[in-house]
Design a protein around this ligand. Sequence first.
Ligand code: URA
Length: 189
Amino acid sequence: MLGWEQLEALCGRCSRCRLRAGRNKMVFGRGSRTADLMLIGEGPGRDEDATGIPFVGKAGQLLDRILEAAGIEANDVYIGNIVKCRPPGNRIPAPDEASACLPYLRNQVYLVKPKIIVCLGATAAKYIIGEDIRITRDRGKWHERKGYWLMATYHPAALLRDQEKKRPAWEDFKNISAKLAELKVAEGE
Ligand code: URA
């Protein structure tokens, strides 16, 4: 596994998949590199591609408001994506694009060592938790794997499209906040 500097530089010059050709900026990650909570989205949109920072557009702003309302401190969160380059027209990343990029995300998980990993939406859930995950059926469930607590919830962009998803997503974030507090107590932090 690489350290932060080497990893970020490697991602910046990566051309392992076709997404390299259409992107402006590689979107590496944002937040605390020692966070207890890691959030994983799908891939950069227009605003992220322009700035090089994940979740800065409308969905990201909603995400930040939800985190704050749930009492999750910004310095306890690291945010990344399944792919680091914007898929054209915001399409879902293709499986080979996700496979090409996932080793970088795994390296980030290794470096951050979060206690909890939350998958935002079906794409992240599929690649991080498993193929069989159905977001509507399985959101909010905890999975314990290799020392990490994993959960999938709705992508914030889905909450912007469908008001009915807001309440269940809010319940998920309250549970995530409670789990975070519980794990900190268990570790004596
Ligand atoms: N949607 C995502 O999945 N990731 C981002 O960074 C922005 C929007």
